[in-house]
Design a protein around this ligand. Structure first.
Ligand code: F6R
Length: 243
């Protein structure tokens, strides 16, 4: 596990974009696993700039997103499908037919999760998976639990996640209660993993997840067992572990 300490959010975003850029340049037909949430937005902005400058070419890149709310239409501005188009896909030269987000509008959860897992396999697996870190240690929507969910599945969101995400909705009541998410097994199969973390409010979970015991009660702690994980985190997020 490599940890890069950055001065602040902008520095974190540029360093994360450097790692993603290196992946794209080294393997122009890479399969990128992508995340939503506030943390990766700065890195996406950087990637857009680099693509506009002609320094990055996404034309052969495929993407698979971690997760999607169940029941939200794709044109809902809170859907992760909408988020990805808004923050990244609309601004780069990617072939949209190669971008994939679980289909939250598919009511048959088993069918959709099975389709998504097979889709990732059919692409040859994920070359680089980008992750944010939830305050309770969740990655994707894999919430603290008694065991690790292996494959893409439907989850009930925990109260703390609904609380954290309500800032994006009119009220907590409007936050969907379920989501489709890659499983921990799906994430762990990625060849490389890049975790981005920012802010003092993540300092405690950074310590638990990356320096504490590996347990499904802190889902991100499993990343300690992955052979190629890079964490890019700002000083505040690392304040409880690195001086
Ligand atoms: C996003 C996702 C989530 C977020 C996590 C952190 O696709 O799966 O696990 O990465 O909730 O969110 P932020 O970055 O908003 O703190």
């Amino acid at each position: 596990m490599k940890i890069y300490k950055t001065a602040d959010y902008n520095d974190m975003s540029r360093k994360a974009a450097n790692i993603i850029s290196a992946q794209i340049i080294g393997k122009p037909d890479s399969v990128l696993g992508l995340a939503t949430g506030s943390t990766p937005i700065g890195a996406y902005k950087e990637l857009v700039l680099r693509c506009k400058n002609g320094d990055l070419d996404f034309s052969d890149i495929s993407t698979v997103n971690l997760d999607e709310y169940r029941g939200l239409k794709r044109d809902n501005d809170q859907s992760y499908y909408y988020f990805m188009n808004h923050h990244l896909f609309d601004h780069i030269n990617i072939d949209k037919s190669r971008t994939n987000v679980p289909d939250g509008t598919e009511p048959d959860a088993d069918k959709e999760c099975d389709r998504y897992e097979k889709l990732i396999d059919s692409l040859g697996g994920i070359d680089l998976q980008l992750l944010g870190l939830g305050h309770n240690g969740h990655i994707g929507f894999n919430e603290p639990a008694e065991d690790y969910p292996k494959t893409t599945h439907c989850v009930d969101l925990q109260e703390s996640t609904i609380e954290a995400n309500k800032r994006f909705f009119a009220s907590a009541d409007d936050v969907p209660r379920q989501a489709y998410t890659m499983g921990i097994g799906t994430i762990m199969k990625a060849k490389k993993i890049l975790v981005v973390v920012s802010g003092a409010d993540k300092a405690e979970i950074v310590k638990k997840a990356f320096f504490g015991p590996v347990t499904p009660k802190v889902p991100a702690s499993i990343l300690q067992f992955h052979p190629d994980v890079t964490i890019v985190a700002d000083e505040e997020a690392l304040s409880q572990v690195l001086k």
